[in-house]
Design a protein around this ligand. Structure first.
Ligand code: COA
Length: 187
């Protein structure tokens, strides 16, 4: 079924109102109850630069958080984009809204001139990446690493990448045998 009623709005992180922040927290609690508070506090510490909100009238029914950071990999400087916390309220799912949010996220990553972008997918339930695969993301076959709030290096699988401004850097990141370190904090 087509989803055509909600409007996607980009909001810079510094301009996010308190009421929108509260509504986002409610939506995240609804959609990510499988992620523990401890894990959120220790790992999901990256600071987003903006949000895409799916608004239906006054209510927020979906969202995605946008990140970017400079990383060095194989002696190359890379502008890495990150998409995190993609979610849609249960009653609005399976109508294309999640895909619209991701597509808009990619568009903003392109405006920011990110070389590549990545996100973490639930590969237990969607082994090839589900909707992200259809948006052009591909699963990295090796674990990525990041640093948690304690400065400890952690590893995770299920990271998917998409080329944004540089297919050359995308190929390097995907095909190198070296671990790709995304920096401090996950998204
Ligand atoms: C993932 C999510 C945002 C999709 O939103 P949506 O509006 O239903 O997305 P769309 O209608 O554009 O696409 C639906 C497709 O997404 C797939 N999908 C559902 N959950 C998914 C997930 N976690 N990862 C990848 N694909 C997923 C569905 O299988 C469906 O595919 P189909 O049409 O072939 O059956 C929504 O299911 C959600 O909020 N889930 C809970 C939070 C979550 O797990 N977020 C993803 C974090 S990686």
């Amino acid at each position: 079924m087509a989803e055509n009623k909600s409007k996607l709005v980009y909001v810079d992180a510094v301009r996010l109102s308190r009421s929108r922040k509260e509504r986002i927290s409610e939506l995240q609690a609804e959609c990510f109850n499988r992620v523990s508070r401890k894990e959120i506090a220790e790992c999901f510490i990256a600071k987003e630069f903006g949000w895409i909100l799916a608004c239906q009238g006054a209510s927020i029914i979906g969202q995605i958080e946008l990140f970017s950071r400079k990383v060095e990999f194989e002696e190359r400087k890379i502008l890495l984009g990150g998409l995190g916390g993609t979610c849609v309220t249960v009653s609005a799912r399976n109508k294309g809204l999640g895909s619209r949010l991701v597509r808009k996220g990619i568009e903003i990553m392109r405006q920011k001139k990110c070389d590549v972008a990545c996100l973490n997918a639930n590969i237990r339930d969607y082994s090839s990446g589900g909707l992200y695969h259809s948006m052009g993301f591909r699963l990295m076959k090796r674990p990525i690493s990041f640093t948690d709030v304690h400065g400890k290096t952690r590893y995770d699988t299920g990271e998917m990448f998409v080329p944004i401004c540089s297919s050359e850097i995308y190929e390097l990141v995907m095909n190198s045998p070296a671990t790709f370190h995304i920096g401090r904090g996950y998204w």
